[in-house]
Design a protein around this ligand. Structure first.
Ligand SMILES: Nc1ncnc2c1ncn2[C@@H]1O[C@H](COP(=O)(O)OP(=O)(O)OP(=O)(O)O)[C@@H](O)[C@H]1O
Length: 282
């Protein structure tokens, strides 16, 4: 699963600082300040932190998405980060395209942002057809059905539209879509958001299988159970800086920062339930 040019860790940040440029009346803003960590191929890193601590910005930079997309993009202002051996400071256009296939980003509330005019089949197939219009219909059908099964959605949901699904079901479709290209690195912002306690094991099992196949995972989550189940190390951010790095239980047993002490006391966030307006699929 290694990139041919890559021999080191799957993801590395070395004294990484990231800023947002001044925009209109808004002054420039440092979102990440001196972040360092290493994540080996096949490893899993959790990222936690209070609101505005820089979690989403970190995911954007590590996935290379800061180099494309809308305005108001963050930029690397100090140090560097590399994913699959490519520097996030100076990756070229062609390499960036490859990277977007190899590094999948599940954005915050991805399930809520599915295109409403596409069916479940179309939503999961779209990234494959965007990459290769001539991809075998039969092979794609098998891939979509396999992923649907992996997120415990019945085949009867293939022709449904997002509005016919519950919030948690939409989130599971977003996860299936994020994995359809067979990425090497899966980066996810609150993947469990809205997912019912009775099906959350499908997500953890999917991530376990992904890692067994050599995939590398980075996940932002407030969910302590998920951190325990799927991560090796956790990076704790506070006000743009790292305030803790290591296995979650070791950090909570002896919190190196008041943010972590508060998390240890609260026991993490509560488990969420899929919305009650679920349209009888589970
Ligand atoms: N588009 C943007 N333009 C300017 N500043 C931004 C932009 N997006 C985020 N920031 C700033 O960067 C810092 C980090 O924000 P970020 O969204 O990465 O934090 P977060 O930890 O993901 O927060 P949350 O948990 O609320 O999603 C904050 O100070 C935020 O205001």
């Amino acid at each position: 699963m290694k990139h041919p040019e890559q021999d080191g860790p799957a993801v590395r940040a070395s004294d990484l600082s990231v800023d947002y440029a001044a925009h209109g009346v808004s002054p420039s803003n440092r979102a990440l300040d001196g972040i360092s960590f290493e994540l080996p191929v096949g490893g899993s890193l959790g990222v936690i932190g209070s609101s505005g601590s820089g979690k989403s910005t970190l995911l954007r930079v590590l996935s290379g998405r800061h180099l494309s997309g809308a305005d108001s993009r963050p930029f690397v202002s100090g140090g560097d980060a590399s994913t699959l051996g490519r520097s996030m400071r100076k990756v070229g256009r062609r390499e960036l395209t490859k990277l977007t296939f190899e590094v999948s980003l599940l954005e915050q509330e991805a399930g809520a942002h599915l295109k409403p005019e596409l069916t479940v089949t179309e939503l999961i197939s779209e990234p494959v057809l965007e990459r290769d219009k001539k991809f075998s219909e039969r092979a794609l059908g098998v891939r979509v059905a396999t992923l649907l099964d992996a997120v415990q959605m019945p085949l009867s949901s293939l022709d449904k539209y997002p509005y016919e699904l519950s919030g948690g079901q939409r989130q599971r479709i977003a996860i299936a879509r994020a994995l359809v290209l067979g990425p090497k690195v899966f980066i996810a912002d609150e993947p469990m958001a809205g997912i019912d306690i009775t099906v959350r094991h499908t997500v953890t099992e999917l991530l376990d299988g992904f890692r067994r196949d050599g995939g590398t995972v980075i996940v932002v989550t407030h969910d302590l159970a998920m951190l325990r189940e799927v991560t090796d190390d956790v990076l704790a951010l506070h006000q743009s800086r790292v305030v803790g790095y290591g296995p979650i239980d070791a950090m909570l047993a002896d919190p190196p920062h008041e943010f972590l002490a508060a998390l240890a006391q609260s026991g993490g966030t509560e488990t969420q339930y899929e919305t009650p307006e679920a349209v009888g699929i589970d």
